[in-house]
Ligand binder design. Structure first.
Ligand SMILES: [Zn+2]
Ligand SMILES: [Zn+2]
Length: 255
């Protein structure tokens, strides 16, 4: 078992410090210069992070390799996923593959059954220890590897540029508020996407979670069909990300 990249303690602490700072700035925004128009911009940016960055990029493409697309599209998704502030691409994929491989066991990084909903929600997970082979395919992707090794440098330069060129107010609405929304959106799916009942498959489908995660709410479907880019199967299971993948003409890898 090997630990790599930003899953070691110091970098997890850096990530938590970033989450804490974003929440403090979010409260500052609410108390000092809240603007409905700028908040809508934040929601739009969150929607881009959550859909193209996390759901399509980190999840359906990098973690499950469920569809084929040009490398430029993959790289854009990787950048957007990094901006969502949920960890580097490789650490995210490692945690997610461990989630599927060891669901509801103590080896899973964020098992509701073992660490509870609250710790799962606030990203205070078990230390992620995994075999290197679980992410071996990502070593062959130079951009993914570079972004994973330089994740915090990239985040710092992005934030610094926004702050220097546009000031604190725009920095908060463009960076901090969308990152806080992403923190809670994915806290929601990790903590509520599984029950803590004594069942073989604890994953659940949830319309409520789906409102905030653009197709990821049909989590039981996903556990039953992890290699499908489509997660919402029925006509009443809206899956915006699968719709976007199809509209862009990308093909399911398993077809
Ligand atoms: Zn799950
Ligand atoms: Zn998955």
């Amino acid at each position: 078992m090997t630990k790599i990249f930003n899953v070691n303690l110091s970098n997890v602490m850096l990530l938590r410090a970033q989450h804490l700072m974003n929440h403090i700035l979010f409260i500052y925004v609410l108390s000092s210069f809240f603007s409905y128009k700028l908040f809508l911009v934040s929601v739009f940016i969150y929607a881009i992070y959550a859909s193209f960055g996390i759901s399509i990029g980190f999840h359906r493409l990098l973690s499950h390799k469920s569809f084929m697309c040009p490398i430029w599209f993959e790289n854009i998704c990787v950048v957007l996923g990094c901006l969502a502030n949920g960890g580097s691409p490789i650490s995210w994929v490692a945690a997610h593959r461990m989630h599927h491989a060891y669901a509801d066991t103590e080896h899973e990084p964020h098992s509701v059954k073992h660490i509870g909903r609250f710790r799962t929600y606030i990203h205070f997970w078990n230390k992620i220890i995994f075999k290197r082979k679980i992410i071996r395919d990502l070593y062959k992707k130079p951009f993914v590897l570079w972004m994973s090794k330089n994740y915090f440098l990239f985040l710092f330069l992005y934030q610094f540029s926004i702050f220097i060129f546009f000031g604190l107010k725009i920095y908060c609405f463009v960076y901090s508020v969308p990152a806080v929304l992403a923190f809670h959106g994915y806290g929601l799916i990790n903590s509520m996407g599984h029950s803590n009942k004594a069942e073989a498959d604890t994953s659940v489908n949830s319309f409520f979670i789906n409102i905030f995660t653009f197709g990821e709410g049909w989590h039981r479907n996903h556990h039953n069909n992890p290699n499908s880019y489509r997660i919402g199967f029925d006509v009443n299971q809206c899956d915006v990300c699968a719709w976007a993948i199809e509209k862009m003409g990308f093909k399911n890898r398993i077809n």
